[in-house]
Write a protein that binds this ligand. Structure first.
Ligand code: SF4
Length: 201
């Protein structure tokens, strides 16, 4: 990875790039960045889970993450996460030109990332970096989504074959694709923390 080139590309788009050698350093940064007492939303990101951040944040902040509550209580958590002061996520792919790509099923994550939460923190492992947008979308479809479908026990072709069949399944987790070119109008700050380790899918 060319840190300088990626940093310039992200900063030119209005994102706030930071680079870390490992996930522990990124987690330490986030714990200092988000003030005590703040509200923090998150989705079911494997990358975020691997940092161990959410339990640490929950000691002194209000954390809303559906992945840590029972199914029947998730609706309220989705709503609270979408209205939090901060949102922590990863991306399915990041291009060398600084664009952030995500595919979602319920769109709770991409909805929060696009509107309603003023401060966003992306934590992205080096495995998510791709040369361009077609490669980023290909990665989201043929690497991230099949592994997530399998993890979530979805009845989709990719959960069996490991490859996207562009399905029309009721269990499809690829209902929305977002490309963040820049922070959106009402966002205060979008941090992109790039970690030189593999994180998530
Ligand atoms: S097969 Fe369906 S759920 Fe799986 S990656 Fe393709 S569109 Fe998404």
């Amino acid at each position: 990875m060319d840190r300088e080139k990626l940093s310039e590309a992200l900063a030119r788009r209005g994102f706030k790039p930071y680079f870390f050698d490992n996930a522990a350093q990124a987690a330490e940064f986030v714990l200092k960045l988000i003030p005590n007492g703040a509200s923090v939303g998150s989705g079911g990101s494997v990358s975020v889970a691997q940092t161990g951040l959410l339990p640490e944040l929950a000691k002194t902040r209000a954390v809303y993450a559906h992945s840590v509550v029972p199914e029947e209580k998730r609706g309220a958590v989705y709503q609270a996460a979408a209205q939090a002061e901060w949102y922590i996520t990863s991306a399915n792919a990041v291009t060398e030109d600084g664009e952030l790509v995500n595919i979602d099923g319920a769109a709770n994550r991409v909805g929060a990332l696009c509107f309603g939460v003023p401060n966003i923190v992306y934590i992205v492992g080096v495995n998510k970096l791709t040369p361009n947008l077609p490669a980023a979308i290909e990665r989201a479809r043929n690497v991230a989504a099949p592994l997530n479908a399998k993890r979530l026990n979805k009845k989709t072709p990719c959960a069996v074959t490991g490859k996207c069949a562009y399905c029309n399944s009721p269990d499809c987790i690829c209902n929305v694709t977002t490309i963040m070119h820049h922070p959106t109008k009402y966002q205060k700050a979008v941090y992109v923390l790039v970690v030189e380790e593999n994180l998530g899918y």
